[in-house]
Design a protein around this ligand. Sequence first.
Ligand code: ADP
Ligand code: MG
Length: 687
Amino acid sequence: MRPDALNPLFAETQTLDGVGPKLMKPLEKLGLTRVRDLAYHLPERFVTRRAVANLDEAGEGEQVIVALTPTEHRAARNPGRGPYRVLAQDEAGNICALTYFGRASYTAKKQLPVGEKRWVAGRLDRYGDMLQIVHPDHIEEESSAHLARLNEPVYRLSEGLTQPRVAGLVAQALDRMPELPEWIEPGQFERAGWPNWRDALHLAHKGEHEQARDRLAYDELLANSLALLLVKAEGRRRKGQALKGDGSLRGKLDLPFEMTAAQKRSIAEIEGDLHQEAPMLRLLQGDVGAGKTVVALAAMLIAVEAGRQAAMLAPTEILARQHFETLRTMAAPTGIEVAILTGRAKGREREGILMGLLDGSIDILVGTHSIFQDTVNYKDLGLVVIDEQHRFGVQQRLALAGKGKRAPHTLAMTATPIPRSLTLAQYGEMDVSRLDELPPGRQAIETLVVSQERVDDVVAGVERHLETGQQAYWVCPMVRDSEIADIAAAEARYASLKERFGDDVVLVHGQLRSEIKDANMERFAGGDAKLLIATTVIEVGVDVPSATLMVIEQAERFGLAQLHQLRGRVGRGSEKSRCLLLRGNELSETGKKRLALMRETQDGFRIAEEDLELRGGGELLGTRQSGEAAFNIANLEQVQKLLPAAHADARLLIERDGGLTSDRGEAARILLYLFERDWGVQLLRGG
Ligand code: ADP
Ligand code: MG
């Protein structure tokens, strides 16, 4: 049971003033569903704006405050498709567009009457030939000198949210934070001179405060280490079942290819683990296209040969379907039963699957997290495969583990290459198999770095490429704190490319209604549309073999791991593929080296290792947006700086007080709940 002290933290965000159904969606998109999440939604950075008399004084990309008088409101021709723009004039006669997406246009209508001067605060950008401010942070009627002095937090947003909105909700959340007992070892706490937990949260939202940030990061690392140590202790107690396959099913497979040495080695490692009674906990790491699926199939067939069932968990519905089709086709000659269960299965269909799992007629189940639900019971689950490990916590793993008569074996798979030195922080005590070799015959992707100034040449190149009948992706830059600015850039690029290529171009970004997005994706996948313009949201698992050109704008803004993943979407067919990385002019030495590395190699592991060396890893631990990150609070630098101490602290506590019953032990339980590592505590209870 969660300690009562934490109840206010785990109340839903709807309990905050002003949060209704409309705000829920954008909040959920950022993973902010409870008061706790808002308190921990730490600012990306802090901004101080400059007041300017007119826009001639301001630079592009600068945060400004300027007086503007609206002259015209322009609604999108197709509501729901394009942005809403308010044209406004400064005192020198410059025209600037104030651009709004989605519901935000209602705000614009109210706050920006034509002919009335307003003070507008926001980031000045350019849209084609026009200056623009996308979703201004503030609009005020009176002079706004105070705005210029504000040192304001900048929060990560999603569509439908504004900075003041989020700041207001965060303030409400902080007001509800209770005092909590200290869980950090007193010596460590004093040496570091850290604030207590509650103060640290307040300080971290107020300004750059390294100690507050470090303390909050340390908390997360400590919680993680504690939970991993508790799991490890539990693993020693809990028994699994040895699975020995006779090869009868694997022998019937009729694969159109020879396994690579890395695949054979990984399967042998897995088979060795399955022979043991102790539950396997193994991570299979391999780049996109390395052939993880067939390794997973082999592992699952061993379980079925041994008379057990296997389940494979995918992060999304689309991927679950893809896996289901692939596995069913590959496994067809074996005659085993493969089924799929997702949230979409209802009524009789669902009951049929549940029956089949219970009576053992289904051998392999593929699905989304719905395969965890309490109502889903297996006859004898021997193996769980988790695709894209980082999206699932150990918690879900244990939920599935609870399903077998005895603990099932677990194989987790990830395409995110993690440097060896960081595997422990990310994956704890797992054993690792690496597919460090791609299947033969893959075309190398030719990668070029081109100055952004030559974008016209690049467009001409795209035109020649499309004329050959092949397809292309065009990825627009990513601005860290603003999905909205990304979208504005993508919209602008789309407008100019559409002029040139007409209906051959489609646009996909997080702002579009999902039917439109799906329809656009389908047109591209079906070959009807030739050029796909996207922000970085190109869905995982998109596979279009005749898309053989990838253009990435302002590539230096992306993390290397992300560039690597994006590039992996071409080079899937038999035609030669190319990737053009457009770079801005002001490129640092490190920036140059990083892009050069992309040009030089396609080896995800090497890219990960060298990126870590070049700049301390950046987003290597996964991007927060996509929920891939191992840690939400601690960044990589903090992991490196604080993890050793946190781990030692955790070990000492477990050694002295393995049942977490002392005062500090009790505080540590609260910590585990706070970071939702409470599976650690639950294990304690079971043991
Ligand atoms: P990922 O590791 O990204 O999940 P997949 O398992 O989807 O990769 O495999 C990518 C493609 O490579 C699939 O079409 C698969 O059939 C094929 N493949 C897998 N292993 C081999 C191999 N040894 N030789 C040739 N093709 C292979
Ligand atoms: Mg895969």
